[in-house]
Design a protein around this ligand. Sequence first.
Ligand SMILES: Nc1nc2c(ncn2[C@@H]2O[C@H](COP(=O)(O)OP(=O)(O)OP(=O)(O)O)[C@@H](O)[C@H]2O)c(=O)[nH]1
Ligand SMILES: [Mg+2]
Length: 341
Amino acid sequence: MPFGQIVIGPPGSGKSTYCNGVVQFFNAIGRKSSVINLDPANDRLPYDCELDIRDFITLEEIMEDQNLGPNGGMMYALESLDDSIDLLIKKIEKISEHSYIVFDCPGQVELFTHHSSLHKIFKTLEKKLDIRLCVVSLIDSFYLTSASQYISVLLLALRSMLQLDLPHVNVFSKIDLVSNYGELPFNLDYYTEVQDLSYLKPHVEKESNSVLGKRYSKLTNYIAELVEDFNLVSFEVLAVEDKQSMINLLSVIDKANGYMFGSTEVGGDTVWAEATRQGGAADVDIQDRWIENKAKYDEEEAKRRKEMIEEAEKMEKPFDVEDEWESALKDWEENHATIRK
Ligand SMILES: Nc1nc2c(ncn2[C@@H]2O[C@H](COP(=O)(O)OP(=O)(O)OP(=O)(O)O)[C@@H](O)[C@H]2O)c(=O)[nH]1
Ligand SMILES: [Mg+2]
């Protein structure tokens, strides 16, 4: 049975960087994986791409042929892809026979909130290939800095969860940058767990002081109540360069799409699969890691890396990313075992 993840998020939220990191991680644990680029505008891919939508259609061509701008062009491109979906599915089917699939998607949020092409494509894939998919929705941590923007982001997450109708893992990306943005009124867990949004009210009101602003803050507060009523939205955090945060996130994703419980026919990653089956995600204190003691953790990390490089030099062998992953996985397992006891 094939498995995969669909990586979505607003422009610049870190999707392609994450896809590249994920494939590196999967290589390190021995899972065969492939990235499929579904963004017709994405002409600079940081990863080796197994299948590229740009082989079928490119945004530049569509804009020229149809006389459309970049946004209209993107809609048109995905609608026309819808017509050639059988060919695309055939290609994906071939890849999924031997490989876990990561879909890198375009950043236009409307494609996931009120446009049905991508939704239809994924549903057809599920039906025809019996592939187990999970959406990984990345949102830049910068949005944590404003209460009203944070609530908008919650609504966006809820909207795409309801529209795409697939298991979702919402993620605040670039969490390594959040401490640079100044002090937040609440701990990070408050923002990731999405509980009791009424605490945000005074902050929303402070952000909008004009007459219209007062109405805006009322609307924002209603939206917060609505999101809370659904009780569906919560977040993980990710700093793509921090291997522990990647490992934690991937253990959550493996659970969400069922990979952890399903077959490992396409896998080759039995050690990892067994560790996650037994333990689930580690319980990391994100406030401590990314805000309160960030400098200390970063220093430790840098020191460990330096030691690994020196060790490799001593043994006269090149130091590569696989060594780094191997060491990070060992740490994670040790940490994990302590948590499980
Ligand atoms: N500090 C930091 N920067 C990141 C992280 N992830 C991505 N970035 C940076 O964010 C920028 C945008 O990343 P991309 O991966 O191109 O984002 P994207 O979502 O694919 O962007 P579009 O395809 O244009 O929608 C790049 O400069 C990345 O290096 C992260 O975890 N931490
Ligand atoms: Mg991209």
